[in-house]
Write a protein that binds this ligand. Structure first.
Ligand SMILES: *Cc1c(COP(=O)(O)O)cnc(C)c1O
Length: 361
């Protein structure tokens, strides 16, 4: 290998941040070279949201299985292999299932995933099946599934890889490190969707650790965003039947609820809820103003930022803000095709083409 190119080759999040990741130090990483996702300046979107802000998008949809879950899964599966596991299990709204299936395949482990029947976006189901997981549809919610896999892991040698698994947090916090490494400091605000609340917990761990080590001058304020129909943390009480188009955050009883509340408090942050209509508006806006396609749950962070800019009670104007786009738009193609006018159909004749496009010399 050329000595100059060596430093440009990304080894995955465990190897890149090895001394920070509290998993078995001797474990050989199970990696698909996740992480190192782009932090994209989004000036068009900032204007469209109505903010005099320095806005960046952390495009986590570019991870190997299409969501940020891969950061945590590389660590969880690496630790599971080090512990001698033969099989892993999780409950999922879709992306955890696809990620667990991919990393389990890489490690040669059996993988069981429980998903709420009919509530999984097409691309997530396709991934989980393609990577060879045993997919189990449950006639219930994510929260029902999580309760079941917790028991399954207690009463068998199967390892649980939901975000209550501490290794998941160790991997996921690397997104905070990457943001600081690129910007040279933490941003003023970090804005992200909140479902089971593992991600907000992990980001706060990462930013806090970098700050304590002197690698950033501050920690960001966190702006968490839930969907109105699935907003237990905003409301302060469990939601029995959560409902939202943003299926990745369709969770009524987050496993990391208390950790999220602590992170919001310690960061002097805020959590708010947005409607499905606001989520879909932001989903189209980022795709059409920046050419970045994310799934509806990811767009919740943008919708939350927009309503907070409008309300004006958080000090957001003039600030450097990072919005986390948690998953790729191709995960959920139906959300795009169902909400945008179908393509026009024409006969293969130039006259009809000119009629549609309008331009002609
Ligand atoms: C998992 C997920 C979330 C929610 O993250 P939590 O850690 O459960 O709060 C948001 N968006 C996408 C795309 C996800 O896959």
């Amino acid at each position: 290998m050329n000595k100059d190119t060596e430093k440009y080759i990304w080894p995955g999040v465990i190897s890149h941040y090895r001394s920070w990741i509290k998993i078995d130090a001797a474990a050989e990483p199970v990696t698909l070279l996740e992480g190192n996702t782009p932090l994209i300046r989004a000036a068009n979107l900032a204007r469209a949201l109505g903010g005099e802000i320095e806005l960046y998008l952390k495009y986590e949809g570019l991870n190997p299985s299409g969501s940020f879950k891969d950061r945590g899964m590389t660590a969880a599966i690496t630790q599971a292999v080090a512990d001698g596991a033969k099989a892993v299990i999780c409950a999922s709204t879709g992306n955890t299932a696809a990620s667990a299936a991919a990393y389990a395949a890489r490690a040669g482990l059996q993988c069981f995933v429980l998903v709420p029947e009919g509530k999984i976006a097409a691309g997530k189901m396709a991934g989980a099946l393609a990577y060879g997981a045993q997919v189990i549809n449950i006639q219930g919610s994510f929260d029902d599934g999580l309760a079941m896999v917790r028991r399954a892991a207690q009463e068998s040698p199967i390892i649980l890889v939901n975000s209550i698994n501490p290794a998941r947090m160790e991997g996921q916090k690397t997104a905070a490190f990457e943001i600081c490494d690129v910007l040279g400091d933490a941003p003023d605000w970090l804005c992200l969707p909140v479902g089971n609340a593992g991600n907000i917990t992990a980001y706060w761990m990462g930013f806090s650790e970098y700050y304590l080590a002197g690698l950033s001058r501050k920690t960001p304020q966190l702006l968490g965003v839930q969907a109105e129909g699935a907003a237990p943390i905003v409301r302060g009480s469990m939601v029995e039947r959560p409902e939202t188009v943003a299926t990745a955050i369709r969770i009524g009883n987050p496993a990391r609820w208390q950790d999220a509340v602590a992170a919001l408090r310690d960061s002097k942050g805020h959590i708010c809820a947005v409607s499905d209509a606001q989520i879909m508006e932001a989903y189209h806006l980022v795709a059409q103003s920046e050419g970045i396609f994310c799934e509806p749950s990811s767009a919740a962070s943008l919708a939350g930022l927009k309503i907070q800019l409008q309300r004006g009670d958080l000090a957001l104007q003039g600030k450097r803000i990072v919005c986390v786009l948690t998953g790729h738009g191709l995960k959920d193609p139906d959300s795009a095709t169902a909400t945008i006018a179908a393509p026009v159909v024409i006969a293969p004749r130039m006259q009809e083409l000119w009629q549609v496009i309008g331009y002609k010399n």
